[in-house]
Write a protein that binds this ligand. Structure first.
Ligand SMILES: *[C@@H]1O[C@H](CO)[C@@H](O)[C@H](O)[C@H]1NC(C)=O
Ligand SMILES: *[C@@H]1O[C@H](CO)[C@@H](O)[C@H](O)[C@H]1NC(C)=O
Length: 475
């Protein structure tokens, strides 16, 4: 009995010890993360390009470590309204100047454990090498914002240009003090109705310049509003479903289902096609008729159809390095109007299917939407593998939602494995290559022909038997 009590006491002491050491550990890790924040931004330059409906921002920072210990990462801050529309964020370390400039990509991750004031969301960029005390480094961050231009007025008639609002801050939101900063906003034309002035601020042709501003404390924020004309196509694909089907008989068949919408200011009043065609520079300036589709070089059997049938008003140009197709929906798209259509094409399998060193087969194909300068709210890539394929795995250079399905077509017995990859808020920059690896036994190639030949053989035998059978009543 006594031994038992002594033992339990021992375990109790042990548990206490573990608990204390755990507490101690977490407190030290917390203090180390707070000492990291003794960074300072010496110079910051931000360029915001509002030429299209997809907003591209480049932020160049020179960061210095004023702390006593080396820093391993630097934080970026975004206001909550922008985080929702952030489609992509990339960072790189820039070394050297002009000609000798070298760029090294860096890892960017949302920092989930810490948040800034007023709901600001932080992203963490890891340095290539820890930044020592007193050391400095130049970092280039590029990010893309979608759905961030608000049409104002919300509705326009056929003869009116499209005006939009863009909201941001004149000062760069940052968890660090910024010694010197400037922001340049590029507009598509000189037609700027108004912009918030935060001295010094100037308009020079198509550029609005805010700053330079000196010595701004961390998390400084000064809201600005820019109201300007933007007649570029606000082409948004609400949903894109791509079926990518591999046939080991030598073909890759791609079928893309689109729901396209003009996401700019809504059209109001009637539509006059006569006026539209006779005065194209003033009438329906923000509408679009043509779309450019960029396809791989060796496409064949290309078609473009909608619910009525094939649309022949498309032009396909193929060259050694690329194919381009210009498609024209049945009617021009004005604000708020929609069009649904399907684009299909085939590709030689040897251009996209390879064998890896460990004997697996893999597809190497583009992920995004092939229509130029288009935003896709939701994309679904369905890769249909040949029957009998095993262990499919997808390698995609950004985060996607994945699941598996099985599809059946003619003569399939066990069904074809389908790898489904979904992503929201997809911009042209997501048009990178992804891979789907799988195991395949060549014996499966024989399954369908064998099945067909055995069916024919059976029919043949049956016919032979029928001919030779004596079914007459006569003896
Ligand atoms: C549409 O075009 C495709 C490819 O050229 C063709 O296979 C299909 O039969 C056509 N469909 C109609 C309804 O004309
Ligand atoms: C995929 O193809 C591209 C060129 O088309 C090539 O650069 C890349 O290395 C390929 N990826 C793999 C994993 O083979």
């Amino acid at each position: 009995m006594e031994i038992f009590i002594a033992r339990s006491r021992l375990t109790l002491i042990f548990l206490l010890f573990v608990l204390i050491s755990l507490c101690f550990r977490s407190s030290t890790s917390l203090s180390s993360s707070t000492t990291e924040s003794v960074l300072q931004v010496l110079t910051a330059e931000r360029r915001i390009d509002l030429a299209s409906h997809i907003i591209r921002v480049v932020l160049t920072l020179k960061v210095q470590n004023d702390g006593a210990s080396p820093a391993s990462n630097v934080l970026l801050a975004f206001p909550p309204a922008q985080v929702k529309h952030l489609a992509l964020i990339q960072a790189a370390e820039v070394a050297g100047k002009k000609r000798k400039k070298s760029i090294h990509p860096l890892d960017v991750k949302p920092s989930n454990d810490i948040n800034g004031p007023n709901g600001a969301k932080l992203y963490s960029i890891s340095f290539r090498n820890p930044l020592g005390t007193g050391g400095s480094v130049s970092i280039e961050v590029s990010y893309i914002l979608t759905q961030s231009l608000e049409p104002f007025p919300v509705e326009i008639s056929q003869s009116e240009p499209q005006l939009v609002l863009y909201r941001d801050s004149a000062l760069i939101l940052s968890p660090y003090e910024i010694k010197q900063q400037t922001t340049v906003i590029r507009t598509p034309s000189t037609k700027v109705e108004s912009f918030t002035r935060v001295e010094p601020s100037t308009q020079i042709r198509t550029e609005l310049k805010y700053g330079p501003y000196e010595d701004q404390p961390s998390f400084s924020y000064t809201p600005i509003l820019v109201h300007f004309e933007n007649n570029n196509p606000f082409a948004v694909v609400e949903e894109l479903v791509r079926e990518i089907e591999i046939s080991h008989w030598g073909n890759l068949q791609v079928t893309e289902h689109y729901t396209l919408v003009h996401n700019g200011a809504r059209h109001k009043g009637g539509f006059s096609r006569v006026e539209y065609q006779s005065r194209p520079t003033i009438s329906g300036v923000s509408s679009f008729k043509h779309l450019l589709v960029k396809l791989p070089p060796r496409v064949h059997s290309v078609y473009y159809r909608d619910s009525i049938g094939n649309i022949s008003t498309s032009h396909l140009r193929t060259s050694f390095s690329k194919s381009e197709m210009e498609i024209e929906p049945r009617y021009p798209l004005l604000g708020g109007w929609k069009a649904t259509f399907v684009i299909g094409y085939g590709l030689p399998l040897e251009d996209v299917l390879f064998e890896s060193a460990d004997g697996k087969r893999y597809l190497n194909f583009s992920f995004g939407c092939p229509i130029a300068e288009t935003l896709v709210n939701k994309i679904t890539n369905k890769v249909v593998l040949p029957e009998g394929s095993k262990n499919p795995t997808a390698v995609v250079p950004f985060s996607v939602e994945r699941h598996a399905e099985t599809s059946y077509s003619y003569l399939d017995i066990v069904g074809r494995p389908v790898v489904v990859l979904e992503k929201e808020n997809v911009v042209p920059e997501h048009n990178s290559l992804f891979q789907v690896y799988y195991d395949f036994h060549p014996m499966f190639m024989l399954a369908e022909p064998l099945m067909l030949t055995s069916v024919f053989f059976f029919l043949f035998v049956a016919a032979l038997a029928y001919i030779h059978m004596d079914i007459s009543i006569r003896k």
